[in-house]
Design a protein around this ligand. Structure first.
Ligand code: GRF
Length: 199
């Protein structure tokens, strides 16, 4: 299942991959924290369950965390993919689903964590940035890295141009990692728990 907050181009790439049985995974449902996320329409167009669990509809973060957890657990997913989900998941969520929650982040972790990564990379003046697919832990983009791809920064980039270039590389990376995890599982190196091995 896939968690989204925005336009859902990463979700779109996962849905496209689902159509090919050789990919080894299938999207079973989509949950968003935003009722106005265009990604929800992509899910509905694909005939998938699409649910909204908004923070403002709950008395506090703990109640939202519990409701989000229930919505995801109800779909019985093998893997949870955060594809442009712009909130931190909470302790209840990680207690139930931790270890099989994957996020995609538009920077080369551990550089530029958080929700403004392309802007932060531009402001820093780096010449190369990229995307990281990582396991989710309780920190902000601090989980173990599953895969990364580099993307050049151009002298005339603005945030939008840079983010679009990153997203063009990010989508195939996410599709590749999710497929590999679904087909062959994953393991952790015995000598380094941060080193995740994909088939
Ligand atoms: C992606 O770059 C993701 O890494 C970031 O937000 C963007 C979401 O794009 N957190 P989309 O909604 O999948 O088009």
């Amino acid at each position: 299942m896939v968690l989204v907050s925005g336009t859902g181009t990463n979700l779109g790439a996962l849905l496209e991959a689902s159509a090919d049985g050789r990919w080894g995974a299938a999207v079973v449902g989509v949950v968003s924290d935003r009722a106005d996320a265009p990604a929800l329409q992509r899910a509905r167009d694909a005939g998938l369950p699409a649910e909204v669990v908004a923070l403002r509809d709950h008395p506090d973060r703990a109640a939202w965390d519990a409701a989000l957890t229930e919505a995801v657990v109800a779909l019985a997913p093998d893997l949870v993919v955060l594809a442009g989900f712009m909130r931190l998941v909470g302790p209840t969520f990680l207690g139930r689903l931790g270890g099989r929650v994957v996020n995609t982040h538009p920077a080369l972790s551990p550089s530029f964590p958080g929700t403004r990564a392309p802007a932060d990379a531009l402001a820093y003046g780096v010449k190369v940035t990229g995307a990281t697919v990582l396991l989710v832990d309780e920190g902000v983009d601090t989980g173990a890295v599953l895969a990364q791809v580099t993307v050049p920064v151009h002298d005339d980039d603005d945030v939008e141009a840079l983010h679009e270039r990153i997203k063009s590389a990010e989508r195939p990376l996410l599709v590749d990692v999710v497929g590999r995890m679904a087909r062959g599982g994953w393991s952790t190196s015995p000598d380094n728990p941060r080193k995740v091995l994909l088939p």
